[in-house]
Design a protein around this ligand. Structure first.
Ligand code: HEC
Length: 103
C-alpha cells in the first residue's frame, strides 16, 4: 500500500513537471513572433523591416528607439502599434524582427 501511494505521488509530480515544462517552453518564445517553420533572417530581410519601420512608425510620434524597450515589451507594443500603422502580419513580423535585431 505504501509503495502504491508513493508511485501515485510520483506520477502526479511528473505530470506537474510536464505541464510546467511545456509552459516554460511556450513562454520562452514570444507570442506574435513565434516563428512558423524556419525563417532565414538575412540582412536584406532585416533592412526591409527597417524600411517599413522608418516609413510607418514615425507618423504619429517620433520614430521610436528600438533599444528603449526589451524584446518582450516590443511584442506587446507591436501588437498595439501594427494595427495603427496598418501593417499586415508579415510586415508586423518584419518590423518586430528588425527592432529586436538592433540591440
Ligand atoms: C496611427 C498613429 C500611430 C502609428 C502609425 C504608430 N503609433 Fe506608436 N503610438 C501611437 C499612440 C497614440 C501612442 C501612445 C498611446 C499608446 O500607447 O497607445 C503610441 C505609442 C507608442 C510607443 C510607446 C509605448 C510605450 O508603452 O511606451 C511606442 C514604442 C510606439 N508607439 C511604437 C510604434 C511603432 C514601432 C510603430 C510602427 C509599427 C508605431 N508606433 C506606429 C500612435 C501610433
Amino acid at each position: 500500500m505504501k509503495n502504491q501511494k508513493r508511485s501515485r505521488n510520483q506520477t502526479a509530480q511528473n505530470l506537474l513537471i510536464a505541464v510546467f515544462g511545456a509552459a516554460g517552453l511556450m513562454a520562452s518564445c514570444s507570442p506574435k513572433s513565434a516563428v512558423k517553420g524556419t525563417k532565414v533572417m538575412t540582412a536584406e530581410y532585416l533592412s526591409q523591416g527597417k524600411v517599413i519601420f522608418d516609413n510607418s512608425c514615425g507618423k504619429c510620434h517620433d520614430l521610436p528607439n528600438p533599444t528603449d524597450h526589451s524584446a518582450q515589451n516590443w511584442v506587446g507594443i507591436m501588437n498595439s502599434m501594427a494595427p495603427k500603422a496598418k501593417l499586415n502580419d508579415k510586415q508586423h513580423q518584419m518590423v518586430y524582427d528588425y527592432i529586436v535585431s538592433v540591440k
